[in-house]
Design a binder for this molecule. Structure first.
Ligand code: CTP
Ligand code: ZN
Length: 154
């Protein structure tokens, strides 16, 4: 290790979310309900240099694995993220997040007049028109949601 390098500790068991779009680690932490108030080791690196995308964020969570809904939410904000499952210090599984072409229920339509926002219980449904920058189109009213409006819901 040189004086200009700080190596962040490996974790023993848990999840490393790597290659998060620079600046979004805290949004990902929020999606996962991470408040820092529990006695769990959480490591967050923001805007660290990364070969592939210029800058990236990393979030390491000791003692926790993610469910599919959490992974889909992360994919909305960080389409290049990789989820590494760590067991006994080894990466036992590595997968890239993947946005489905159609998204059910994870995001609410921001158009107040949309049928999904009336008292009738209709599940929201969006088509992913573009991943990065994010563009979601509501199946019911055609409203276009971008990342900022999605973020406000998380
Ligand atoms: N990691 C960790 N603790 C471990 C093992 C790995 O925190 N016990 C972290 C690494 O620091 C890295 C990520 O998990 O940020 C993925 O590890 P690895 O696959 O070994 O790294 P790379 O080959 O660089 O991953 P990629 O090819 O996805 O960039
Ligand atoms: Zn709508």
């Amino acid at each position: 290790m040189t004086e200009t390098t700080l190596r962040v500790s490996k974790i023993k068991n848990g999840t490393v979310i790597d290659h998060i779009t620079g600046g979004h680690a805290l949004d990902v932490a929020k999606i996962l309900g991470i408040t820092g108030k529990k006695r769990k080791v959480i490591t967050i690196a923001i805007n660290v240099p990364s070969g592939r995308f210029g800058f990236k964020d990393i979030l390491k969570i000791e003692g926790r694995e993610l469910n599919p809904e959490e992974v889909d939410k992360i994919a909305l904000l960080a389409p290049h993220a990789t989820i590494n499952i760590i067991r006994n210090y080894q990466v036992v599984e590595k997968k890239r997040v993947k946005l489905p072409q159609v998204i059910h229920n994870i995001v609410k339509c921001a158009n107040p007049a949309c049928i999904t926002n009336t008292d009738e219980p209709v599940e929201s449904k969006f088509y992913v028109e573009n991943e990065d920058p994010l563009r979601l189109k509501c199946h019911y009213c055609g409203y276009i949601m971008e990342k900022q409006e999605v973020l406000q819901q998380f």
